[in-house]
Design a protein around this ligand. Structure first.
Ligand SMILES: Cc1cc2nc3c(=O)[nH]c(=O)nc-3n(C[C@H](O)[C@H](O)[C@H](O)COP(=O)(O)O)c2cc1C
Length: 340
């Protein structure tokens, strides 16, 4: 049985990260509506989804929406990606203008399209490039710059310690390590010992990430890696309450009760409403499909609910069906099928 681990938190620029529990940036998931929900369950720092530095240069409306921060969302980092120093400098300054407390640089993204441009995790293979980009970003802004990486490109090129040292020498003030190489994508289990190698190599705070799914796994990851904090990603999909559990575990508190139907519905309803307010109903309806499916996981009649919900493309109808399901446990199949 893992014992409680005391995590004192740490200073990052002018912010003190009291609960070192970080919400993982997830493209298409951790938009403003979902980040605001997660914050109230004990998150000490939120990070926007990744924003390509070239997209900033192109000035698209969608990019602005991806980087929109909540009025009380602080401390918060805007995450940027790219390997061209000029674009990265511009994106970092843009992030600060938009209110970011920190600029987070992504060198962990395994997606082919990103890696082809030698950005995301592909940069880990070119250590001098890592140093150049980080130094340029650090010099460009007067807020702390943080970095998120994987442990290397593949099994034969694991260079997490080197990258950690380069980051620290370049002026990066916090490092997050996802304990997988790029070639692992999301397969196998994250290697928490490898995260510990980064932690041992530097004196800046290191956040461990990968496969933390509850309070017990958070404590185990912290014990093995010796990290200063935890980042949780996929486990929050449809289950932001897991954050309460992880926050309680790292504070040595008892495990909080699971939400009852009403508590769950309160969150689902707010999420759907905020999706519409943020994205407009048409796009919110697409986003709602994946979130509603996750929220219903493990509940009675969830397959039936998903079967109906996925076919609806009218946001108001989705809200109605979700209310019937999450409040009354009822899937209003026949009526809604007629309307759909
Ligand atoms: C759908 C999806 C989108 C992601 N998008 C990003 C991203 O934009 N930036 C980033 O640094 N990591 C991204 N990640 C990686 C996560 O932040 C995290 O490192 C990874 O999921 C491992 O943590 P977990 O096991 O807690 O999910 C993404 C992961 C998923 C599943």
């Amino acid at each position: 049985m893992t014992q409680h681990i005391h995590l004192p938190g740490f200073q990052l620029g002018k912010h003190y990260i009291e609960t070192p529990l970080v919400l993982a940036p997830m493209a298409g998931i951790t938009d403003l509506p979902f980040r605001m929900i997660c914050r109230r369950f004990g998150i000490g720092l939120t990070v926007t989804e990744m924003i390509a530095s070239r997209a900033v240069e192109q000035g698209r409306e969608r990019t602005d929406r991806m980087a929109e921060l909540g009025p009380d969302e602080s401390p918060v980092a805007i995450q940027i990606a790219g390997s061209d120093e000029r674009f990265m400098i511009e994106a970092a300054r843009w992030a600060v203008e938009r209110g970011a407390d920190f600029v987070d640089v992504n060198m962990g993204c395994p997606v082919k399209k990103i890696c082809k441009q030698v950005a995301g995790s592909a940069m880990l293979r070119d250590e001098p490039l890592v140093g150049r980009v980080l130094q340029a970003v650090v010099q460009a802004v007067d807020v702390p710059v943080t970095l998120k990486i994987r442990t290397g490109w593949d099994e034969s090129c694991k260079n997490v310690e080197n990258i950690a040292r380069i980051a620290e020498e370049s002026g990066v003030q916090m490092l997050t390590v996802h304990g997988r190489t790029r070639s692992q994508m999301f397969n196998g289990h994250a290697n928490w010992e490898d995260i510990g190698l980064a932690k041992a190599a530097v004196s800046i705070p290191v956040i461990g990430n990968g496969d933390v799914v509850d309070g017990a796994s958070a404590l185990e990851m912290l014990r093995i890696s010796g990290c200063d904090g935890v980042m949780v990603g996929r486990a929050v999909q449809g289950n932001p309450w897991v954050l309460q559990e992880v926050a309680a575990a790292i504070r040595g508190e008892a495990k909080p009760a699971r939400p009852d139907n009403l508590e769950r519905w309160t969150v689902v309803e707010e999420h759907l409403l905020q999706l519409a307010a943020h994205h407009g109903e048409a796009f919110a309806s697409k986003m709602a499909r994946k979130h509603a499916a996750w929220y219903s996981k493990g509940l009675p009649k969830s397959a039936e609910f998903r079967g109906l919900f996925q076919r609806l493309d009218d946001w108001s109808l989705q809200l109605e069906v979700a209310r019937a399901y999450f409040v009354e446990g009822h899937v209003p199949l026949s009526d809604m099928q007629k309307a759909a």
